[in-house]
Design a binder for this molecule. Structure first.
Ligand code: CO
Length: 159
């Protein structure tokens, strides 16, 4: 477009709206799948959530590829994911070293992980997984880099 062409003052808003609609923004997340908390002592954390909040373990799994062991505590249709490293070189081990225990990532359920990941890339977002991969309990997952996501590590989960 020529810089001299008269612009519709609403054009950019319309462009944003249609881009969001095309990307399905707002419709990609169907549920919060889990909130992940990095802990040093998985057993102690499980006891704390049970004794304090009555939250019970629904699933436990060791993920060799990520070097972590997790416990999923049911909260309605979502989970608290308590995660602890099983190796010194795991991402969660480095996180604990740098930042200590605490909130690690938020996972959102999506219908189609590959499509959601592509939507992130189409918006110029940085991703940690170029393609979806296997998560725990048979899910398909992909992580979005916190840089470009307002400081939160985001996991996309397809059941
Ligand atoms: Co997770």
């Amino acid at each position: 477009m020529s810089p001299l062409t008269a612009r519709n003052p609403n054009e950019s808003e319309e462009a944003r709206t249609s881009a969001a609609a095309a990307a399905g923004a707002g419709a990609l997340f169907t549920e919060i799948d889990h909130v992940a908390v990095a802990v040093r002592d998985l057993g102690a954390a499980i006891d704390y959530y049970r004794d304090t909040f009555g939250a019970l373990v629904e699933h436990r799994e060791e993920l060799d590829g990520d070097g972590v062991e997790e416990a999923l505590l049911a909260v309605a249709e979502s989970y608290i994911q308590l995660v602890t490293p099983t190796r010194d070189d795991s991402v969660v081990a480095r996180f604990l070293e740098r930042r200590g225990e605490g909130l690690h990532h938020v996972a959102y359920r999506v219908d189609d992980c590959a499509a959601a990941l592509q939507a992130v890339k189409d918006q110029g977002g940085r991703v940690l997984d170029e393609v979806p991969r296997a998560g725990s309990r048979g899910t398909t997952v992909a992580f979005v880099h916190p840089a470009g996501a307002f400081g939160t590590l985001i996991e996309l989960v397809q059941e």
